[in-house]
Write a protein that binds this ligand. Structure first.
Ligand SMILES: [Zn+2]
Length: 119
């Protein structure tokens, strides 16, 4: 019963072309440079009407790469896998604690009610 956790979804970058569209081509293109954390630069050409993904797997090392050369996405090793798991765990125990508390309060109330009736 995993509650619908909200996936971390990057906000979409506005559709501003970051590279120059090459002239004289039938389909206008935009060239996007992606940077990975190994400082590889990857130039990918997209059709201007295409949705440019925020991240691209670096063809050289396979790490995720992004537009921002100063702030490339972290290597998968550092991905918040553990954090997410911890979060889920925390949430679940929180929920459990809540349920237990709820149950306890209910039992207390029932007992009190029962007591009222008996006496
Ligand atoms: Zn790379």
């Amino acid at each position: 019963m995993a509650g619908g956790g909200n996936a971390i979804r990057g906000s979409r970058v506005g559709a501003g072309p970051m590279g120059e569209a090459e002239r004289g081509e039938a389909a206008p293109r935009q060239s996007i440079t992606y940077f990975c954390s190994n400082q590889h630069r990857t130039l990918i050409a997209f059709a201007v009407e295409a949705t440019v993904p925020e991240t691209w797997d670096c063809p050289r090392c396979g790490l995720p790469a992004s537009f921002d050369s100063d702030n490339p996405p972290p290597a998968p090793k550092i991905e918040p896998y553990k954090t997410h798991l911890a979060y889920v765990k925390e949430r679940r125990s929180d929920k459990e604690a809540e349920d237990i508390l709820d149950e306890a309060i209910k039992t207390l109330r029932d007992r009190r009610k029962a007591g009222d009736i008996v006496f």
